[in-house]
Ligand binder design. Structure first.
Ligand code: CNA
Length: 241
């Protein structure tokens, strides 16, 4: 167990958490930038995930978008891991005010977290671009080719694609939670995607903790850096469960 991490969490009263794809690798969902990450998938399509998951590509090549999306972004069997569970427990214990995530997999909610700010949306919500009717992930998985609505409209995942803006309300709420926190834990993110990565700059509390397998450009700003799997690093919070 990392004693320093335990002490920081013990002495914190208002923790905000900012996370990314690294949270869910221990649940079997690959991230974008590690060796096994989704970037490898680019050989199959000849495009990077940034292109395949862009607003322009969605509308220009909707069929290819959905082929990639179903194969590489949807994990209906994935279950929350110790990192998701530990954060849910911190919230239930009244120590953590919000999970701010770049993830789109819904695993924080599955683990029991209540205040989850999904900066990049969710694969569990999909809407008709014509009549705005919502559809669950299962509808996308069970359909073939381009999923369409009963009204004939094309269905789009409620996921922020590259080239699209983040929801203002979610961003403002994320900033507020970070500004009010005495501790900000940042985990499982390469901090390479903006504006999410820039949210760290709103933090002026005491402890900035980074928990990430690889080093990030912001390691030198942290009061504590933990280069371990986040599910393992936080599992001490689940002792006695
Ligand atoms: P990223 O750029 O792929 O970085 C992930 C980071 O996590 C890397 O620096 C890894 O070293 C680190 N990491 C991997 N596994 C672990 C682990 N077990 N413990 C600790 N650290 C680990 O992902 P970001 O989230 O920074 O990039 C933002 C993109 C990726 C967002 O737009 C996401 O929507 C998108 N994404 C989301 C998912 C998901 O919802 N699960 C999966 C893949 C990509």
């Amino acid at each position: 167990m990392n004693e320093q991490l335990r002490r920081v969490i013990e002495n914190s009263r208002r923790i905000a958490f900012l996370g990314g794809a690294g949270l869910s690798t221990e649940s079997g969902i690959p991230d974008f930038r590690s060796a096994d990450g989704l970037y490898k998938a680019q050989t199959a399509y000849g495009h990077s995930p940034e292109v395949l998951l862009s607003h322009e590509f969605f509308w220009d090549h909707t069929d290819i978008f959905y082929d990639y999306y179903r194969k590489f972004l949807l994990y209906p069997e994935a279950k929350p891991n110790n990192a998701h569970r530990a954060l849910a427990k911190l919230e239930a214990d009244g120590k953590l005010t919000a999970v701010i995530t770049q993830n789109i997999d819904g695993l924080h909610q599955d683990a029991g977290s209540r205040n989850v700010l999904e900066l990049h949306g969710s694969v569990h919500r999909n809407y008709c671009t014509k009549c705005r009717k919502f559809y669950p992930m299962e509808y996308i998985l069970e359909s073939e080719g381009v999923p369409t609505c009963a009204c004939g409209g094309v269905i789009k995942p409620d996921v922020v694609l590259y080239g699209e803006g983040l929801e203002t309300k979610t961003l403002i709420s994320a900033v507020t939670h970070i500004q009010r926190a005495d501790t900000l834990i940042v985990g499982g993110t390469s901090l390479a995607v903006y504006p999410a990565a820039g949210l760290i700059d709103y933090f002026s509390g005491r402890e900035l903790v980074l928990i990430n397998l690889s080093r990030t450009d912001r390691d030198s700003d942290a009061t504590l850096c933990v280069h371990e799997k986040i599910g393992e690093a936080l599992s001490f919070l689940l002792e006695g469960e």
